[in-house]
Design a protein around this ligand. Structure first.
Ligand SMILES: [Zn+2]
Ligand SMILES: [Zn+2]
Length: 344
């Protein structure tokens, strides 16, 4: 029933996107390990991290890895130890966090996102730019059957990481939130924040993204480095632009917190203590997520569907999807839709 080979994309030569770092290949369909499930991919979101991996901003952990960590698919096989999880035939999400050690002091205190032994989908193991992917049964998220795969895929990284950033920025109830950069992750996070009563100001260089922000209910939408119309209780920097760190810190009210959501950020210019940090302003990073973050976020968004702005790309055009992301030409979330998936 299952074919022996499948279509996939691998990062063949990490480098600038115009040099075509991805290569389309045929690979053997992977066998699930004892604790793993084999998932047939229905859709795979395209994340900025995929771009960082393709371009070599994040050094490869192994050669010729299949990228992609926002996978929606169906469990078609499982290893012996995963049998008890009763996942056969069900729809699941495979996300960035592939595994953690479960034993270190971070794992034991509920901070498995900081586990030094953690591994990541599409970096340490093959990801979802392929027809099949394996994942540990304990690390997949159950997903509803009735929502189109294209709508679910962006929730799995853009959504989950954005949600952790929202938790990390310590936004007070009904507070004022500034969002810098308004792509895939930001437009989902903004909606959750507004559902929770926040007033949201968006700062982004893209005119189209400003339009989307206004449509979604943002109180204001200005240019990337513009001052928001009022002091911010909290801010999240989604743009991978270190030069915006002092800009966002200056926009914080006394006691405000800036969370940097990205895994990669260009250098932060020197900060001035008085202008950027004094008055108990706080600067924080966001590192991956825990499974609890993922479950909490997916519970919120499957109970109350957010608007997910997606741009579908045929599987054959993975390189173009990454190039469009690099060139800021994607409004919302890019998603690969494979020819073998229903409705793809
Ligand atoms: Zn650990
Ligand atoms: Zn991601």
């Amino acid at each position: 029933m299952r074919p022996q080979e499948m279509d996939a994309w691998v990062v063949a030569r990490p480098g600038p996107i115009r040099t075509n770092p991805l290569e389309r290949v045929r690979l053997p369909v992977p066998e699930p390990g004892p604790d793993e499930v084999l998932v047939r991919v229905e859709a795979c979101g395209v994340c900025r991290t995929d771009l960082h991996l393709a371009e070599g901003d994040l050094p490869p952990h192994r050669e010729r890895t299949v990228p992609g960590h926002q996978v929606v698919g169906r469990v078609v096989a499982h290893g012996d130890a995963a049998r008890g999880r009763d996942l056969a035939g069900s729809r699941v999400g495979v996300a960035w966090l592939r595994s953690t050690c479960g034993r270190c002091r971070y794992c034991r205190r509920g901070a498995e996102n900081l586990c030094p032994g953690s591994t990541y989908t599409g970096w340490d193991a093959d990801g979802g730019y392929a027809e099949y992917v394996t994942a540990l049964a304990d690390y997949v998220y159950p997903l509803p059957d009735e929502v189109p795969a294209v709508q679910l895929a962006p929730l799995l990284c853009a959504g989950i990481i954005g949600h952790r950033a929202l938790l990390r920025c310590d936004l007070p109830p009904r507070g004022v939130l500034g969002i810098y950069g308004f792509g895939s992750s930001a437009h989902l996070t903004a909606q959750v924040a507004m559902w929770q009563g926040a007033k949201v100001h968006v700062m982004t260089r893209s005119a189209k993204a400003r339009e989307l922000a206004a449509e979604l209910g943002a109180a204001s939408a200005g240019g990337a480095a513009d001052a928001p119309p009022e002091p911010l209780d909290a801010a999240i920097l989604f743009a991978p632009a270190g030069e915006l760190v002092p800009v966002a810190l200056s926009a914080l009210d006394r006691g405000g917190t800036l969370a940097v959501a990205g895994i990669h950020l260009s250098d932060v210019p020197p900060l001035n203590y008085e202008r950027h940090l004094f008055q108990e302003r706080t600067l924080r990073s966001v590192t991956a997520n825990t499974r609890a973050d993922g479950r909490a976020f997916l519970e919120i968004v499957t109970a109350r569907s957010p608007r997910v702005a997606t741009v579908a790309y045929p599987f054959a055009e993975a390189g173009r999807a990454l190039a469009d992301l690099a060139g800021d030409r994607v409004e919302g979330s890019a998603v690969l839709t494979p020819p073998w998936a229903d409705g793809g």
